[in-house]
Design a protein around this ligand. Sequence first.
Ligand code: FPP
Ligand code: MG
Length: 343
Amino acid sequence: MSTQQALTGSIIASSPDLGLLLEPVKDELVQVEKFLNSNLVDDSPFIEELLGQVFRAGGKRIRPALVLLTAKATSNPRGHAGRLHIILSVLTELIHTASLVHDDVLDSASLRRGQETVNRKFSDKLAVLTGDLLFAQASVCLSRLMNPVIVGIYGQVLGDLCAGEIRQMRQQFVVSTDWNAYTQKSIWKTASLFAAGTQSAPILNAAGDRVVSEMKSYGINLGVCFQIVDDLLDVTGNSHALGKAAGSDLTQGVITAPAMYVLERKDGPAQRLDHLIRSRAVTGSEGVDEALEIIRNNGGVECTVELARQYARRAREALTVLAPSQYRDSLDSLIDWLLIRTT
Ligand code: FPP
Ligand code: MG
């Protein structure tokens, strides 16, 4: 069953187009894009070519949009996002992009956002340095905020990203259905950066503690939901639509929610899946195809969609702390958009 099929018509019918959702911050997103393409550290032609390879591939810019919408939803008067919020958006996207460039080295990936990865086009060494350069640019941006609390939040995020990857690496081909460990890894890898943005935007607005903590909760829950959907798409998507190789989690022995739901049944299909993973048959195309088939035919997709929805509900609850506005509406609709995203 596909992700689209697993989601009921109600969400699909009510889900808006991403462009419409981002309309309230579209001018600021143009500024973010300009900033991302300007080089703060070294503007030599080769560095420009390297960064072009990364940013030409585009990306949905979800994290900058979250920062800007949260900024406008929590500003007084409502609807304002200034220079500091633009910088916060940029640095959040720089950290995200840097972590993907490094991730592609770890995964030996050839394709990202439909483009050749830096490691594939140039080399692993250059890709590591390109990621480092992006982290350096993010640090320069961070310093411009002149806010030690936000420096601490983003410092923690960098540690979390590494901790998540290390945890994942240590668990490769380990057949486990430890849901706490899975959730913690998703928080480290993904949700922590979402939450840094949605928490720091109101901090820059000097919003009250309750608003800051609920917007952190929104970011964490939305981020976990995002990672669960990402894990699901690895099972249900195709490489063309994803812009990256599908099925690559299992090929690399990374056990995520769709597989965990099947494994915990301990029945015949679960035992077969367990065997395909432990024997590393999933590293070959026949093995991974069989494993994906088992997951799709034994409830892995439906259960994972339900799990994503639980986190979506928690994210939506957190938004009740905000006064009604078009920015809150967009933050709310982004939850539905995430649930049906296909790329
Ligand atoms: C993509 O996950 C990867 C991440 C969300 C984080 C990767 C983080 C690192 C490599 C550590 C970063 C280093 C520093 C110095 C902070 P995925 O592999 O599940 O998604 P994919 O299918 O898009 O590759
Ligand atoms: Mg990866």
